[in-house]
Design a protein around this ligand. Structure first.
Ligand SMILES: C[S@@+](CC[C@H](N)C(=O)[O-])C[C@H]1O[C@@H](n2cnc3c(N)ncnc32)[C@H](O)[C@@H]1O
Length: 291
């Protein structure tokens, strides 16, 4: 974190922007102390944008005005996490990644008797159901277990329900086809009024759990970890921590899948992995991470 260092030099005035930076530090500290969420390692510019948006949505003039509310209105915590965590996703998002997984990764997973998949940063569950469908179509569902984790408890609850708005169907359909889906997407949901409810069987081998990549440890002995569009919000030291956590959580030869704008290129632990499909951000663990 940019440690809170009051100027105290009796010197010049703080500019409005400098003051906002300092107040953002206090906000981040207050959130950690009051609710246990540590956002100090998040990329600064996008964090600031989201905290400003939170202030605007709560109709307060400045970030500083959020601090007493964050401290004394416990119910506000969910709203804050919802704003800061960006739980945006899609079914078969970046379909070429799923096509590549189907072609290059599923045959390797098929050679293992048991498959643990950790999906870190699962948002409202779109990616979980995409994975569950793909594992089913590759004949691997029965030996698979998906652990889907996030820091956003509201998103986790919704993800476990597996319900999406019908207005998203056209995008879901075209992604599914582009991802190489072998059936009809309608085989996997019931449509009712304006809602799509994913078939219960898809969720049977999914465990949803709270896990914070900033503070929590190794999650499972994973054969594949998908963590897409999460590291993009982190600073480089935090990215390094999380990549090490993934290296420690994967079995030898296990797969790591990152988001479109995320790469291992600048990571301290890049040489623990070899690329499987660099464009699709699919990597394979080749050696354990040093301390
Ligand atoms: C943009 S969404 C990505 C969803 C999905 N993986 C995808 O690519 O479509 C980012 C998700 O990461 C979660 N997230 C953010 N910080 C996290 C952390 N420290 N630990 C675990 N999840 C986190 C957010 O709550 C959000 O659901």
């Amino acid at each position: 974190m940019n440690g809170f260092q009051p100027r105290g030099d009796g010197g010049g005035e703080l500019s409005a922007l400098d003051l906002e930076e300092q107040v953002l530090d206090v906000f981040v500290q207050a959130l950690r102390i009051r609710h246990g969420y540590d956002f100090s390692g998040y990329a600064r510019a996008s964090l600031k944008r989201r905290v400003r948006q939170l202030a605007s949505d709560l109709e307060v003039a400045r970030i500083g005005d959020l601090i007493p509310r964050l401290l004394y209105e416990p119910a506000l915590c969910d709203t804050i996490i919802e704003h800061l965590s960006v739980p945006v996703s899609d079914l078969f998002r970046d379909p070429w990644v799923f096509a590549s997984l189907r072609e290059k990764v599923m045959p390797v997973l098929a050679s293992w008797p048991r498959i643990n998949v950790w999906q870190a940063g699962c948002a409202y569950g779109e990616e979980v159901f995409s994975l569950a469908i793909m594992l089913f179509e590759c004949g691997l569902a029965r030996r698979s277990q998906i652990y889907a984790t996030d820091i956003n408890d509201h998103a986790l609850e919704k993800a476990a329900e597996g319900i999406f708005g019908v207005e998203r169907l056209a995008d879901f359909e075209s992604n599914y086809r582009a991802a190489g889906g072998t059936a009809a997407l309608s085989d996997y949901y019931h449509a009712r009024y304006a809602l799509l409810r994913m078939r219960r069987e898809l969720g049977e081998r999914v465990t949803f759990a709270h896990h914070n990549l900033v503070t929590d440890g190794v999650f499972a002995e994973a054969h594949m970890i998908l963590c897409r569009n999460v590291l993009i919000y982190f600073s480089q030291p935090l990215k390094d921590r999380v990549v090490k956590l993934f290296a420690d959580s994967l079995v030898h030869g296990g797969f790591l899948v990152l988001g479109d704008k995320e790469t291992l290129q600048f990571s301290r632990y890049a040489d623990c992995f070899s690329p499987v499909d660099e464009q699709a951000r699919i990597y394979r663990l080749r050696r354990r991470a040093h301390a």
